[in-house]
Design a protein around this ligand. Sequence first.
Ligand code: NAP
Length: 295
Amino acid sequence: MILVTGATGTVGRPLVRALRARGAAVRALVRDAGEAPAEWDDGVEPVVADLNDAGSLAAAAAGIEAVHLLTPVGPDAARQARNVIDAVAGAGRPKVVLQAAIGVRRRTVPVRFFDAHTAALDHLEGSGLPWTVLAPNGFLQNFLALLPDLRRTGTLALPAGDAAVSYVDARDIAEVAATVLTTDGHEGAVLDVTGPRAMDHDEIAERLGAALGRPLTYRALTPEQARTALLGTGMSAWQADGLVELYGLYASGAARAVSDTVPRLLGRPALPIETFLADHATALRAGSAPSQENH
Ligand SMILES: NC(=O)c1ccc[n+]([C@@H]2O[C@H](COP(=O)([O-])OP(=O)(O)OC[C@H]3O[C@@H](n4cnc5c(N)ncnc54)[C@H](OP(=O)(O)O)[C@@H]3O)[C@@H](O)[C@H]2O)c1
């Protein structure tokens, strides 16, 4: 039995699918039983728990062989990860696959979103549990949330400078996670997970524009301009500052490297942006963020 936290999210949805395709029995953590997607078959056991409620996690952790530990972005993520690690450590010696982010161990630019991953890894190392860390780059799926804005403004405005980023399709992260969860030989590894090549944001804007059916240009914002714009959307200061830090990391060039994790573990190249755009063509044409239903 493999416990999946974040099972209804961007990585979790395709991860549950990938585990089922490998024949694994899945326990999928949900906050509300009504959230269980219709696509989950009898091999997926929804379990209701909350990452903030340590007591609720004991039943989720009982009898598992492995756990995919994903915490949402937020100021409570370090505590949430600790709650899961303590719950699974209390239930035996399952393998833990921690969903972190690039630079979990060697950050050159501080990014508050990633502090929880570093803290979780420290806690894991002290737990005696066998672990593997997945350290993905930025998700291509992030651009889907920007669609209404892109269509309205014709501009991809980000504080990313002229840096190239090897953005990754979250479905590849899910496939890598499923492989690591169901096969041996990955203990103690920190696996960077990236797309097949780095692209600058001029190219991304051009490709997104072609898929939207509307010309799109990239505009590099200063960190201050970005912060003001994000706060103007009603975003919390913690989240806005975190995004500015994240794009600062990208702008530094630290997210440009391409890793061999996807080809090495999956035996095929990482999904290129062309596949991502083709698979989301309907949502892109409509200019609205799609549901996760089919992707
Ligand atoms: N986006 C990127 O570019 C990027 C890059 C590298 C690393 N990451 C890392 O990836 C992670 C985010 O992954 P994602 O995009 O797949 O997440 P996501 O789509 O935001 O989904 C979050 C998941 O966590 C669940 N959740 C939220 N609060 C919970 C709680 N209190 N108790 C139980 N479950 C809760 C949500 O369930 P509900 O359905 O109930 O809300 C959902 O399943 C973060 O750790 C982030 O640092 C992201």
